[in-house]
Design a protein. Structure first.
Length: 292
């Protein structure tokens, strides 16, 4: 099956990206999908629920997570890719390693979702550039949060000297410039302001969502990943909802998905596909009527 990746990149409706964590320690579903058969079944279930894209990640990026070995990441990712490509899936690979990106693309994956935005492994953009039909999600990234990813220096990467939206925009556009310089074509690029990454609080993240039109104005499609992030639970708590459950976080994520669709983002990255599919449908319809 041939998938038109230009049509995916240029989609005029907001897409739903389902999260498939093949990890031991992701905060919401670590360990559930490590077995390749379970990973395939979960990916297929998300596709049935309406996921346009499946985002496969074999290394948790949550605060406090330890890096997995390169070999383990490759094995986990390729097992899921080889299982889901024959089912007609559009696959995004959540990795910061060029070796994993190259192998996944060679096995049929179509998108690389690099949370470091080309900074952790400078070869990742080159791997994408070698596959001109693939897409590259460039996320705003300042480095691992304090205590994350093993033996890296603890540092406070969440201090923004100016307005958070200004700083994130400027830094993300610099990352995009670097990726373009590495040979990635503008038509391959999708941008992501990186909600939750070096942005622990509501005050860090809501201003970025308020500034969606600014990110849209770059001409690059915009991905938003708010699903089950810490700030979503904090916002619910601020609204008087004590000890928000995972279900209530998914409900709140669906609300964010609807707002993102209404504002014309390219895709939302979510754990509960069915809830956000419905929410995005309403947001897409709202935007269509607003533009009549």
């Amino acid at each position: 099956m041939t998938i038109d990746m230009k049509a995916i990149h240029d989609s005029d409706r907001t897409l739903v990206m389902g999260v498939l964590n093949i990890t031991e320690d992701s905060f919401s579903d670590g360990g559930l999908w490590l077995d390749p058969a379970n990973a395939k079944a979960h990916g297929e279930a998300m596709m049935k629920d309406g996921a346009d894209i499946i985002d496969i990640g074999a290394e948790s990026t949550r605060p406090g997570a330890k890096r997995v070995s390169e070999e383990d990441e490759q094995t986990r990712v390729l097992g899921a890719v080889d299982a889901l490509i024959p089912e007609g899936a559009v696959l995004s690979i959540d990795t910061t390693r060029a070796s994993v990106a190259r192998m996944a693309l060679e096995h049929g994956a179509q998108i690389i979702n690099d949370v470091s935005g080309g900074q952790l492994d400078r070869e990742v953009p080159h791997a994408v550039a070698e596959h001109t039909e693939s897409l590259y999600i460039v996320q705003h990234w300042r480095g691992w949060l304090a205590g994350s990813a093993g033996n890296v220096p603890d540092a406070d990467t969440s201090v923004y000297a100016n307005d958070v939206a200004d700083d994130v925009y400027d830094e993300l556009m610099k990352q995009v410039d670097d990726v373009l310089h590495a040979g990635v074509a503008p038509s391959q690029i999708i941008i992501d302001p990186g909600l939750g990454f070096s942005k622990p609080s509501v005050e860090h993240n809501f201003p970025l969502m308020v500034a969606l039109e600014r990110f849209n104005s770059t001409g690059y499609p915009v991905l938003i990943g708010a699903s089950r992030k810490r700030f979503v639970g904090a916002a619910l708590a601020d609204a008087g909802i004590d000890e928000p459950s995972m279900g209530s976080k998914d409900n709140a994520t669906a609300a964010i998905s609807a707002l993102c669709a209404e504002h014309g983002v390219w895709a939302v990255r979510v754990h509960d596909v069915a809830k956000s599919r419905d929410a995005v449908a309403i947001g897409n319809a709202w935007r269509a009527f607003a533009n009549v």
